[in-house]
Ligand binder design. Structure first.
Ligand SMILES: [Mn+2]
Length: 306
């Protein structure tokens, strides 16, 4: 059978992000870069924001970006209080846990969705990521670049995990998640293990998705350090996972000119922030050959993990 698709009934690619007002500016930059690089004859994007308290002014800027690209955007208010029993760890915000609710927040007619973090820049075509087959697994994701470091951490349930993914980019099988009470499993896991969790939602997702996730092309989640040059093959999504973010002063690497280009278009009156104290210390101890014991002591006192 041949099916004709008109302008009016393009398939929707649902993309979800989560933020409070602190991360609204990078979220706008991430969205702008995604929309600028999207193209498809048969599909169109629709954005859902899990809103942890975004100001009206920021929302207006986000609406403006989506108007430019003729894309639908929808805000769903989520209370951080729903996650009051989840651990608040180092630089994570409780907003990190919002992604666990996506199977419930999106309409039951939506079978598949893509979740993206705010600290990213999209350089590839989102249709390509969405159309990747993840089989009957819960999620498609990319193995964490610092998996080895993660497994060195003292955490009892890491011994059960063989492959550890980064939760910043997820292709989600919402049908399977709903059928198998995925959200309840996550909350249950937190109840039992909240004191052991080190990497917030990412630890929970890795445990619940053990042997139930598809490893995707790492170009879709290229974790980048501040000092890096050009990467080949070209990254499709750059993920700024270190605590030194591209919207901080003195940030510089090969891709910064692209990031600044998107930031300027996305966010009128954007701000470049001073580097947080913890991040400065982290950068310093990376380059000064302290003894391991001293480094650990500093990190422990400042609550810095890796
Ligand atoms: Mn991230």
């Amino acid at each position: 059978m041949i099916t004709f698709k008109t302008e009016m009934n393009k398939e929707i690619i649902n993309v979800v992000l989560a933020s409070d007002d602190n991360y609204a500016q990078p979220m706008g930059t991430a969205i702008y870069s995604m929309l600028d690089n999207f193209s498809s004859e048969e599909q169109e994007l629709a954005i859902t924001i899990l809103d942890g308290g975004i100001s009206d002014e920021s929302k207006e800027k986000l609406f403006a970006i989506c108007r430019t690209f003729d894309t639908k955007i929808d805000f769903k208010r989520i209370s951080k209080d729903d996650f009051r029993y989840f651990p608040l760890l180092q630089y994570f915000s409780l907003v990190a846990y919002f992604r666990l609710l996506i199977p419930r927040i999106l309409d039951t007619s939506v079978e598949k969705a893509v979740y993206i973090d705010c600290d990213i820049m999209v350089l590839g075509n989102m249709a390509e990521l969405f159309n990747t087959d993840i089989g009957n697994n819960y999620v498609g994701a990319i193995r964490d670049h610092v998996e080895e470091q993660v497994f060195k951490m003292d955490c009892p349930f890491y011994k059960d995990i063989k492959k550890y993914f980064n939760s910043g980019i997820l292709v989600m099988n919402l049908t399977k998640m709903r059928e198998e009470n995925f959200i309840e499993k996550c909350f249950e896991f937190n109840k039992e293990h909240s004191k052991e969790i080190l990497y917030a939602d990412q630890d929970i997702l890795n445990y619940i998705c053990i042997d139930n996730w598809t490893e995707l092309d790492k170009a879709w989640n290229t974790q980048l350090d501040r000092s890096e040059g050009k990467i080949t093959p070209t990254p499709k999504i750059i993920h700024y996972t270190t605590s030194f973010k591209p919207w901080y002063r003195f940030y510089h690497n090969y891709y910064q000119k692209y990031y600044m280009g998107y930031l300027k278009k996305a966010w009128p009156n954007y701000t470049i922030k001073p580097v947080p104290f913890k991040t400065i210390i982290k950068q310093l101890i990376k380059y000064i050959p302290f003894s391991v014991a001293v480094t650990r002591l500093i990190k422990r006192n400042l609550n810095i993990l890796s």
